[in-house]
Design a protein around this ligand. Sequence first.
Ligand code: ZN
Length: 285
Amino acid sequence: MTYVAFSSSLRVLMLASALALPGSVAVAAAPQAPAVGARALQPASPDRARLPLARLFTPLRLEGAILKWGAPQVGTPARVTYAFASGPVNRPEARNCRQMQDFDTLADASGEAPAAVRAEAVAAFRMWGEASGLVFEEAASEEAANILLGAQAMPRGYAFTNVDFARQDGSGLIEAGGSDGRGLSLPVASETGEGKTAPVAAWVASITRSAICLNPRHDWKIGFDGNLAAYDLRYTFAHEIGHAIGLDHHLQGPSIMHFKYSEIFQGLQAADISGVQWLYGPPAR
Ligand SMILES: [Zn+2]
């Protein structure tokens, strides 16, 4: 099962169970209470924007906005900090990862040392950083961290990500495309496989905070062994980090952002790299 649930401010994302069948994908969009000024966020033609997007990669969209860290402009780099929860974290306003506990609790579920589990998360951040203009650094404190990782305090599912972004108060958003002709160009796969672009109307909003939480009661492991009931930690972290940096589930072709856990590949795929580079540009080095 996969849940992609909307609220007026937050979105819940869940790495699907390995047993999920392709036909069982549930995309439930709860009625959205219009936020203040939400009308200004609506792209001119959301449907037209969505279709070409589904080809190469799938950006996370909330209230019509494409989300990224840093400047609300696609293709611009960003510096993002992360931290591991060392104790209880309560974020009652969050849709998911509302209550977290010590990240190192996850070590018990994997039989690995806490340092080894943290190292898997760091390696997953590195994957995305090496592929894009994103630079990840450990935060000075948990409170200051852009992305906080923890274990679920009320265990359910496998893994979740919560994404918060700047509201549409007129400051954090820019308009791209639409009738002004500035044109936000989204890469689209052509029939020959060559990229071409199509302008769409969209807004870009800055992510302000994110949380990633894993269920400490599940079996986790380091490395692949063919047992799809126990998820590889690095793969799972990479998937959830993908959400935390602005990517949604991508179902067209191989992608670490596919909702279904597999052990076919361990690293980012072309779709993932296209997506992260579209949001943050290529690596500076
Ligand atoms: Zn997911």
